[in-house]
Design a protein around this ligand. Structure first.
Ligand code: SAH
Length: 271
């Protein structure tokens, strides 16, 4: 296999394209050239206003359609309508658009039994980005060097009982855990509950990376332990990486503390 997948032009030549793009965590240095090219060529940018504000290019004539963070379905449908009308639409997510972001919301609209026929000709493209956990991991070494699970602590779209069950299973299976949407003003207590569940399976000394605003000017990264996570320091702009039983600290080089998870895993002795 070589090269990108062919992109067949849509059946309706008057229909446009919807590109669902990931900006990466923040700064331009972590944005792919593909995404920059799509942003430059788009006639319309659609997205949550905070993410739109992260796009500093403003080509002449390009329109912006900011929306509230909580109306994903309507935003995706509106973007598809614009593309069906012949526009080159870029829908913006932070990080990767497939990780707790807009790519699924667009697919969900396309999967609607009552979807408008006008969408049939729209070409939908997903352009990947660096997700928050990868960016945070890169800052501190290699905590995601072995198997890991990505879990959102937000119970806006899934029940807390499901989150609890997944945390318990993933921690029990000794995955490193990347925790997204860890806390917000509306949900201040979930992270404490989550760490309590994880603590049933992990030592209090397990390394935890607390990474806020990674790749942005206000970046702040700490390496603490499961017992010393300061819940007050964690908000919606923070991602946490909780180590597995094999994650360990490395003596710092160049003044930077480092943490890694080895690729080798000890054999489980049974019987
Ligand atoms: N699509 C995004 C995730 C969206 S969910 C991605 O792939 O990164 C939003 C959550 O992502 C936030 O609550 C936070 O946990 C995490 N996040 C996104 N950008 C971040 C950044 N620059 N620094 C730290 N965490 C970030």
């Amino acid at each position: 296999m070589s090269g990108p997948a062919p992109s067949p032009r849509s059946a309706d030549p008057s229909a446009g394209r919807l590109s669902v793009v990931g900006l990466g965590p923040g700064g331009r240095q972590w944005r792919t050239p593909e995404v920059s090219a799509v942003l430059a060529a788009a006639t319309d940018l659609v997205g949550y206003e905070t993410y739109l504000a992260m796009v500093d290019e403003r080509p002449a004539g390009q329109l912006r359609h900011p929306s509230d963070n909580r109306e994903e379905g309507a935003r995706a449908a509106g973007a598809l309508d614009l593309a069906a009308a012949g526009h080159e639409v870029a829908m913006i997510s932070s990080g990767d658009p497939g990780v707790f972001a807009m790519a699924s919301a667009v697919m969900e609209q396309l999967d609607r039994p009552d979807r408008p026929a006008s969408w049939d000709g729209v070409e939908v493209v997903v352009c990947p980005g660096i997700t928050a956990a990868q960016a945070a991991a890169a800052r501190v070494g290699a905590p995601l060097g072995h198997d890991y699970a990505t879990i959102s602590l937000s119970d806006n779209l899934k029940p807390w009982s499901v989150i609890e069950a997944r945390l318990d299973a993933a921690a029990g299976a000794d995955f490193v855990l990347a925790l997204y949407n860890p806390a917000s003003r509306r949900r201040p207590r979930q992270l404490g509950w989550a760490l309590e569940i994880i603590g049933r399976h992990r030592a209090a000394s397990t390394p935890v990376v607390v990474a806020r605003d990674v790749g942005r000017p206000a970046e702040a990264i700490g390496i603490v332990t499961l017992a010393t996570v300061d819940l007050e320091q964690v908000d919606m702009r923070t991602v946490l990486i909780v180590g597995s039983s094999t994650t360990s600290l490395v003596a710092s080089t160049g003044g930077r503390p480092q943490v890694y998870t080895p690729r080798r895993y000890p054999a489980v002795v049974t019987g």
